[in-house]
Design a protein. Structure first.
Length: 479
């Protein structure tokens, strides 16, 4: 018998589980919106679902915060109904071969600092900053980063007096050891500076592919934490950030300069990365590494429908997934039908199914590794040694939040949709620009009801059609 919770959410299949309970897909009986439902037995020893729901409600309205549809008690269960989101950054990191380009890291960093700033502005620390707790949206929000999982969050200032929590020591480690700040390892009460330091380790993890304290062996969890602490404290920032832009070392030096109750200058940190982004000549076009990889794989599947499995795919195993890391809006059938858990078996999460290739030469003329700086001197900040500036011919377009949807220089890669191919064919034949518009509008009508043109392809098409119309109009008039 089908179960309906909250009077209007019909439960579907189980898609995950965790220490708190189980997660199901659900459909709103009136609107047919697809949602995620977290269910926790109210007799559990340490219930946390209502605490998490309380924090989500406090944070509602912020960019990149999942929307809570309903929370309450249904029979013997605590229920939390929320948005369904896309894959976590950890999923996408694995999908892209366990390394992100500098451009992708900087585009993510801009949003991630903003998310942490918003949580802090509401008086809370997250205390578990890691790739699994940042998810991408779905559909038209596919380029937006969401922050999730507030089970370990803590208020750092009184809501009425605004008084900061007192400095304390001998605290147990809270969070994930790999990304925990040095002060957290030393037992010092966490504050805003620690969330930001953890984010720094996440960004270096994306750039480097791993952190020096990964893979350490120990007999007990405490011994492992001690080894991680020792390795982390003994690794100089300059060594950790070696071969990467000096801005990352400056980021860590700034975090370490903050006092316990000092408010971080979030604007400074975002400017630090935005100026680097600009000097590199990037365009804030929301073309991430996985966007390009997805286009390439879709193109291959259309030209070679009987491709053998991608190398490395066999190492993944399909399992139920944990919505603890996966909530969000209107999931498309292509993105939700098949999901799988990737890596990190100790941290179950809802996952999309991805093919995880061993090689990831996304552009033979412009591989991702081109963004990894050599050991030459780089532009300096107030927190690092002075260096020579790199000059770039083009200036980057930076986002207000997520308003610039231009598609950048991707003509050599491009989407794989058939309608894009039509535009390319027609534009190369010196036809009237009106023909281009007609083809575009014909396929535009299918946007809302077909996955043939997803939102990134739609945006790419907008830019391509304008560019093509300009070119063909000039040649048409000249002829």
């Amino acid at each position: 018998m089908e179960r309906i919770v909250g009077g209007k959410y019909k439960l579907g299949r189980k898609i995950g589980s965790g220490s708190f309970g189980e997660i199901f897909l659900a459909t709103h009986v009136d609107t047919f919106e697809i949602l995620a439902v977290k269910i926790e037995n109210n007799k559990t020893k340490h219930p946390q679902l209502f605490y998490e729901a309380k924090l989500y409600n406090i944070l509602q309205g912020g960019s990149g915060i999942p929307s809570i549809k309903w929370s309450g008690i249904d029979g013997e269960d605590n229920i939390l109904v929320m948005d369904l989101l896309g894959p976590s950054l950890e999923d996408l990191f694995v999908y892209c071969g366990r390394k992100f380009s500098l451009k992708t890291v900087l585009m993510l960093a801009d949003q991630m600092v903003t998310r942490i700033e918003y949580v802090h502005s509401k008086g809370f620390l997250h205390r578990d900053i890691k790739p699994d707790n940042f998810l991408m949206g779905l559909g038209r929000k596919a380029n937006q980063v969401y922050i999730i999982d507030f089970g370990l969050a803590k208020r750092y200032r009184d809501s009425t007096t605004n008084r900061h929590i007192p400095y304390r020591e001998n605290k147990n480690l809270t969070g994930t050891a790999r990304y925990a700040s040095c002060n957290t390892h030393l037992g010092i009460e966490q504050s805003r500076r620690d969330d930001l330091e953890s984010l720094g380790y996440v960004l270096l993890y994306f750039l480097r592919g791993s952190l020096p304290w990964q893979g350490l062996k120990a007999a007990t969890k405490k011994q492992k934490y001690d080894k991680i602490c020792e390795k982390k404290l003994s690794t100089p920032i300059e060594v950790l950030c070696k071969s990467h832009p000096v801005e990352f070392a400056s980021y860590f030096h700034y975090c370490h300069s903050l006092t316990f109750d000092q408010r971080p200058d979030y604007g400074f940190l975002k400017r630090l990365f935005r100026e680097l982004f600009s000097r590199e000549g990037y365009e804030f076009d929301y073309i991430f590494d996985w966007t390009i990889l997805k286009y390439q794989q879709a193109q291959k599947s259309k030209t070679q429908p009987h491709l053998s499995p991608v190398p490395g795919e066999g190492n993944s195993r399909a399992t139920p997934m944990d919505v603890d890391k996966y909530q969000g809006n209107h999931a498309s059938s292509a993105e939700v039908t098949e999901r799988m858990r990737l890596g990190n078996p100790g941290s179950p999460a809802i996952r999309m199914q991805f093919k995880s290739p061993k090689g990831r030469n996304l552009n033979s003329e412009n591989p991702l590794e081109r963004n990894i700086a050599s050991n030459t001197e780089l532009p300096s900040t107030s927190y690092s040694p002075a260096g020579a500036s790199k000059q770039k011919a083009s200036k980057a377009v930076l986002p207000a939040e997520s308003t610039n949807f231009s598609r950048g220089n991707v003509d050599k890669i491009g989407p794989s949709s058939s309608w894009i191919s039509s535009l390319h064919r027609v534009s190369s034949s010196n036809c009237c620009p009106v023909d281009l518009v007609m083809i575009f509008m014909m396929h535009l009508g299918r946007f809302e009801c077909s996955m043939d043109m997803d939102f990134p392809s739609f945006l790419y098409g907008c830019k391509f059609i304008l560019k093509s119309v300009k070119i063909t109009t000039n040649s048409w008039v000249d002829s």
